[in-house]
Design a protein around this ligand. Structure first.
Ligand code: AHR
Length: 508
């Protein structure tokens, strides 16, 4: 068993953890939209206006803060005018990126905004730079957000929506280095400035424009965007063309060509996965460091708008649908990522799991009228108290909690903490596949009253939930907290995630 001490100063507050770090992503890909969110008004599955209500309720229970749509790679093929007006009259297209299937455009702008309203989530719309025009994007913003009398506001009203919506988060393209147009960074930076110029703030709707950014550790891309972010000649009233830039980071156990199965893996695969997940810390540090050179005041956000595990598709499913199972391993990747997000809360303004339903590291798997919550879902739920909380730094002192994996060393413990309205939430992950970990929480600067804890673990890392065994991996109360002088001691089982919460008192 490894032993560790986690020192947490309850009275030294760090940056706020934006609730948007717990954001989501829904693309027209496989069964994410169709079958996942959308079943149509005539479906026997309970729905409101075609949107399935069991999925809405499950996501409301997570306090889902935002939803990114319509892609991904699909965004740069999507023409929003095809998705408005009477559904049966909407033009169809082929979704060439994902499965080469026909897209009937039944789920479009009005349906997406209705979904966001049902969820209580902010929309994050990803505009088409790769195959769309500046005018098209500009008019979409006008259609959604302009009040009063204007061509696009009239069109919106003709389609049944009088009031403009509020839309803050606006993506300028997606993966412009790849499926979004295969551009060079310099060209993408120029296009980002051009498109952003015509994405206007209508009335008091203020856009938060997110330029399509780097893949993984491509710091050069970030540097190129940051060099081009400000308006030359606007020195009198300095302004940036975009308010944030994105980065995408997926976790795999090996190279792209050998991603491996989501459920059939060994301990070495598991540790390689965790090492890859922990690498995100270095990647975010790298991008933040570059951004600090151009924006030391940290006014520009870094948006990790795609993250998660990417495995081979489930046998027998369409390779273009990216449907994979979700095990305890995925949940531990999620908990590790959240600790990293909290650490980078000063620069990281949003993160979006790829993807919410039936695609990649999903929260929810549906099949007809059945719905299964994945182990990853439970991590989002157990951690939701961190949303909009103040981060508390955690200093881990470990003796033997590091492990060599290939050329990487990984930490077998991960932790983070926050406080909101006097409520402290501590998240601890024991990443060791076989050994328990005894952790002493050395709490300073206050006392933690009536702590309670919840544990997520399973017999095997490969365990997962299915329609037959929906609760195989689900949180349970954990009552083995030992109160010691100045803190708590807890023994985490192997491969487990624990949250501890309590009310803080006596803070300096
Ligand atoms: O999430 C699946 C795909 O991964 C997205 O469409 C694309 O942006 C990324 O490559």
């Amino acid at each position: 068993m490894s032993t560790a001490t986690a020192v947490i100063n309850l009275d030294i507050e760090g940056p706020t953890i934006s609730r948007h770090l717990y954001g989501h992503f829904a693309e027209h890909l496989g069964r994410c939209i169709y079958g996942g969110f959308w079943v149509g008004e005539d479906s026997p599955i309970p729905n409101e206006g075609g949107i399935r209500l069991d999925v809405v309720q499950a996501l409301r229970d997570l306090n889902i803060p935002n939803l990114r749509w319509p892609g991904g790679c699909f965004a740069d093929e999507y023409h929003w005018r095809d998705g408005i007006g009477p559904r049966e009259e909407r033009p169809r297209m082929v979704n060439t990126h994902w499965g080469d299937v026909e897209e009937n455009n039944h789920f479009g702008t009005h349906e997406f905004m209705a979904l966001c309203e049902l969820l209580g989530a902010e929309p994050y719309i990803s505009g088409n730079v790769g195959s769309g025009t500046v005018q098209e994007m500009s008019e979409w913003v006008e259609y959604l957000t302009r009040d009063g009398d204007s061509p696009m506001a009239r069109l919106r009203r003709a389609n049944g929506r009088d009031e403009p919506w509020r839309v803050k988060f606006w993506g300028i393209g997606n993966e412009t280095w790849g499926c979004g147009g295969n551009m060079r960074a310099e060209y993408a930076a120029d296009l980002s400035r051009q498109y952003a110029t015509y994405c206007r703030d209508h009335g008091d709707n203020k856009l938060y424009r997110i330029a399509s950014g780097a893949s993984n550790d491509d710091y050069k891309w970030t540097e190129t965007l940051m060099r081009q972010i400000s308006c030359f000649g606007c020195e009198a009233t300095p302004k940036n063309f975009f308010q944030a830039l994105s980065v995408h980071y997926y976790t795999m156990a090996g190279p792209w060509e050998a991603k491996g199965s989501s459920t059939v893996f060994d301990t070495d695969d598991y540790y390689r996965t965790i090492a890859a997940a922990q690498k995100l810390d270095r990647v975010l540090t790298g991008h933040s460091t570059v951004m600090d050179c151009y924006d030391p005041g940290r006014t520009v956000g870094l948006v990790l708008d795609e993250w998660g595990t990417w495995w081979d598709v489930e046998p027998g499913t369409n390779p273009g649908f990216l449907f994979q199972q979700n095990t305890l391993r995925d949940a531990l990747v999620a908990s590790t990522h959240f600790d990293i997000f909290h650490k980078h809360a000063a620069r990281l303004s949003m993160a979006n799991i790829a993807q919410t339903v039936n695609v990649l590291q999903a929260m929810i798997l549906t099949d007809g009228d059945t719905l299964v919550l994945t182990p990853s879902y439970h991590v989002f739920e157990m951690n939701k108290g961190h949303q909009d909380a103040t981060s508390l730094a955690v200093h881990l002192r470990t003796q033997d909690a590091r492990r060599q994996v290939g050329d990487a060393e990984l930490d077998s413990l991960s932790a983070s903490a926050s406080v909101k309205d006097g409520q402290v939430l501590i998240s601890l992950t024991n990443l060791d596949a076989e050994e328990p970990a005894e952790v002493t929480l050395d709490l300073r600067g206050g006392l933690l009253g009536e702590p309670t804890a919840r544990l997520l673990t399973a017999d095997q890392l490969q365990d997962h939930n299915s329609a037959d065994t929906p609760g195989e991996v689900s949180p349970r109360p954990f009552d083995a907290l030992k109160v010691v002088d100045g803190g708590l001691t807890v023994t985490l089982p192997p491969h487990s995630f624990l949250t501890i919460s309590g009310l803080v008192s006596g803070r300096a």
